[in-house]
Write a protein that binds this ligand. Structure first.
Ligand SMILES: [Zn+2]
Length: 441
């Protein structure tokens, strides 16, 4: 705590006419915020007692008693908790020694009272925190108090002092909310066995959701808007009817946040090439589908540790996975029937300048954006492939089906019988020399 401001407080936010919750449901129209408050009694240390107490879910209001004079002398800050819904009242006039606002951008501030010698350490939504302080400032300055949206200091309801719900499990259709909203504060949402056939917008708008589990439903398609979910790290979609995934899904915010993707037991025939943009993916479960091939970009998922792709129709693997080091690779129950040998020779004498320049950018880890070069070039640049020798390729390459030793890729491997360790893999090779070296292994 520092930067004591007395009585200087942030003034750039106007007191709102109406208080809105994050799920757009109106909860108050008077100055009252839901927050965590830790009360620190400054006299306790001198009595050799600890003044450390955990923050309690509280409702903090500024108001005056009905019928009292419209000036600062009638102002109180009211602190209500589940144990004390009537609330403790702190006089404002001449009783605030300091207000600490250094961390108000994070929603934290402290009000130091003279009597009782309490420090209220508050943690709230940053916007609400700033507005609360704005009202407090206007009150202290004794400005237009009758125009401020003050609380009438009435006791609060239980719902105003409950901890925001962070986890919700719905296991039957009866429990699925139809007329009410999902709590805005949810971090984990599990909806299983309810015959859900689409993912609603109100789920996609949950800004704090880390884990979404929709296993065992009837979902056919994933909305593109899902790519902009704020902080989703786990997405479980096993046992649904998904046939198709649009390439946009892996291009938004999701490409930076997603760590676990479970699409097993669906009806997919292919995966989009944008899969390779999920930079932070650790676990990919795509078993029990109808996949015949996997995108070459799979080899770009350098953080991948678990790849489960059993019981598909895979005729080959992308040789790009040779660049991965996974803990577990399960490709059991696939036909792996591709014939080994040359597929296509696209080698040209001298690659075009675009290709040479792009390969140079990738090698040097340069990442020009659409602000630097034309957007089509940015797209081209990202479509690089890596030869097994490590060189970056674009159009000028040889495509060949090689035998890939999967023991080089995974610590634990499940492919077929105990002696089988290799599978046909489609390789992008930079030159005839690399073809001779890798295709003849
Ligand atoms: Zn090469």
């Amino acid at each position: 705590m520092c930067n004591a401001l007395k009585p200087q407080l942030p003034i750039h936010i106007q007191a709102p006419q109406t208080w809105m919750c994050m799920d757009d449901k109106v909860i108050h129209n008077k100055m009252r915020i839901n927050c965590d408050v830790q009360i620190s009694n400054r006299k306790l240390p001198s009595l050799n007692l600890s003044n450390k107490r955990n923050g309690t879910r509280s409702s903090l209001g500024i108001g005056r008693l009905p019928g009292s004079k419209a000036d600062v002398t009638s102002l109180f800050i009211q602190l209500c908790t589940a144990q004390n819904k009537l609330g403790s009242k702190y006089k404002v006039s001449g009783n605030i020694e300091a207000v600490f606002t250094k961390f108000v951008a994070e929603g934290k501030f402290t009000i130091r009272f003279r009597e009782p010698a309490h420090d209220l350490c508050v943690k709230a939504d940053p916007v609400l925190a700033k507005s609360f302080l704005q009202t407090l400032k206007l009150g202290i300055q004794n400005k237009d108090i009758d125009k401020l949206h003050l609380s009438n200091l009435a006791p609060v309801k239980q719902s105003q002092v409950e901890k925001p719900k962070t986890k919700l499990v719905i296991g039957s259709r009866r429990e699925y909310p139809i007329t009410t909203t999902f709590p805005y504060s949810l971090e984990s949402l599990k909806i299983n066995d309810v015959q859900l056939n689409r993912i609603e917008n109100r789920i996609l708008k949950l800004k704090r959701l880390h884990s979404l589990n929709l296993n065992n439903n009837l979902i056919k398609e994933l909305p593109s808007a899902m790519s902009e979910m704020h902080c989703l790290t786990e997405l479980h979609l096993s046992l649904n009817n998904i046939t198709h995934i649009s390439h946009q899904l892996f291009e938004g915010r999701l490409s930076h946040t997603l760590q676990l993707l479970d699409l097993s037991n669906n009806k997919m025939e292919y995966l989009p090439h944008t899969l390779g943009k999920l930079h932070n993916l650790i676990s990919l479960k795509i078993g029990e589908n109808f996949l015949q091939k996997l995108p070459v970009s799979l080899g770009k998922l350098t953080r991948l540790k678990y790849l489960m792709a059993s019981n598909n129709k895979l005729v080959e693997l992308p040789a790009s996975i040779r660049h991965l080091k996974v803990d577990t690779l399960d490709v059991f129950g696939n036909p792996f029937s591709s014939r080994l040998g040359l597929v296509r020779n696209n080698i040209v004498g001298v690659p075009c300048l675009k290709e040479i320049a792009s390969a140079y950018c990738v090698k040097r880890r340069l990442q020009p954006t659409a602000a630097d070069i034309p957007a089509t070039l940015v797209e081209y640049l990202q479509a690089w492939m890596k030869c097994l020798c490590g060189r970056i390729c674009y159009e000028s390459h040889i495509l060949a089906c090689i035998s890939l030793n999967l023991k080089l890729v995974a610590s634990a491997l499940t492919i077929g019988n105990a002696f089988q360790t290799s599978a046909p893999a489609l390789a992008t090779l930079c030159s005839q020399k690399c073809f001779d070296k890798f295709a003849k292994l």
